[in-house]
Design a protein around this ligand. Sequence first.
Ligand SMILES: O=C(O)CCC(=O)C(=O)O
Ligand SMILES: [Mn+2]
Length: 204
Amino acid sequence: MQSKNVLFIRPGLSLLVIPNWLSQQESDDLVIDLLNCLDWSQGAIRLFGRNIDEPRITSWCGDVPYTYSNRELVPKPWPINLVKIRDALDHLLTCQEIQTQHGLNHCLLNYYRAGTDSMGWHRDNEPELGRHPVVVSLSLGEPRRFRLKSRINKAIPPLTFDLGHGDLLVMYGTTQEYWEHALVKTKKIVGGRMNLTFRSVSIL
Ligand SMILES: O=C(O)CCC(=O)C(=O)O
Ligand SMILES: [Mn+2]
């Protein structure tokens, strides 16, 4: 089904973008609540034999284990306000005829404390996300620049979205096979931004 929010604007990319999916008030309430009720931790990556802090802090909840960035995220209960959001997003996917194997059963949360916090180019293509991963991304807080670029054809122009408070972006279809994405650093003085990515994870 195609609506005004659905974008099939580059080869191999399936994207749905809904600005202001949550209202200002809903977004304000959610971000405060999630900062307070979840455990936030500093993840690290192993690079050349050294542990390097990721440039962001993270949290998660989910019904199943998920290995992300070489970290095993064990199942963790969903706070009540995230259950409501998750169920609304499952419903949205059904209405858009975007299928998931197990429903949205995992949520990874990133908090970017300042413009120097970021996420480098990557794909969300862990085996437990299946052949065509569905990644539903909800942004809260300060707008930040989200980029997508083709892995296979450098002549295809990249895409840039300034994702702000309450904006929703869904990647699906072959997007994770042919495209990479990143949340880039900025030299501007910016406040905090939270990002929630809901995923459908299989137990392998
Ligand atoms: O913060 C964002 O908008 C992107 C997050 C992301 O790509 C991820 O969690 O895999
Ligand atoms: Mn990602």
